[in-house]
Design a protein around this ligand. Sequence first.
Ligand code: RIB
Length: 309
Amino acid sequence: MTHIAVLGSTNMDLVTYVEKAPHRGETVTGREFRTIPGGKGANQAIAAARAGATVSMIGAVGNDGFGTRLRSTLELPHPRLRSGGGTPIGVTTDHLRTIEGPSGTAHIVVDDAGGNAIVVIPGANGTVDHLAPGDEGLIASADALLLQLEIPLAAVLAGAQTARSHGVRTILTPAPARPLPPELLDATDLLVPNEHEAATLTGRSDPFAAGAALLDRVPRVVITLGAAGSVYLTRDAEPLAVPAPHVTAVDSTGAGDTYVGALAVALGEERPIREAMTWAATAAALSVQREGASASMPYRSEIEARYAS
Ligand code: RIB
């Protein structure tokens, strides 16, 4: 089984569902409020575990009620699996520290078109600025390391360089978008931005042009385009565009994380890139049809059933 390590954030998502997000200075009445475990790191970890990998999470939660729930959600994302006597599809949290202080939170407004706006307060994630003892051994034992940008850049860089030194594949989601040090790109095997992140990194709004620019430093790039699918660029072949299944989205929160988690599993199983991207897009399409980030992520059996159809 593919072993994936994730170095990244955990957030409690404080989600408000509303017909239309308010403009600046406007007050609107929403429909529902929910707290749903999220964070780009934890989301990718849960997505990969549900897609069929063994997954270990490196990061931090606070010593508050959110932290307890975030940890237990990672360990057992679906309580029914335990009560049903099956093997729990959980994430190993031995390297998820509990620190004095609040957990990370994400304040999310989801509108009726399934779009969202998010403000993240890092909380405990902000303390993950280095690798702790034992983290290197865990990274070295993995087939791939998944990274995002919701923890301090110093730790992301240390994780990527550690993985690289042990021959472990690094997959970086450059979100939230920000300029990146060249050393981080140099230690990245596969970069998976969405089209907006790719534009921020390169100054080019056309995904093919942005991808071509990114290939100066990274050998392989997948740019996700939401409902329009995704494109793959590498130095030694023509770009490959892969469509996404047509679905009606109710909540796109975490769709990119679902895509990356599933893509990492498919690549770990050595599926060809087109198949891996289609499989990942299938997982993401299933996730946007349900509310929440981690709560919406599909299990392998669901992905396989939809993929086969
Ligand atoms: O990518 C989706 C995630 O972004 C949410 O779960 C939220 O926590 C923010 O980090």
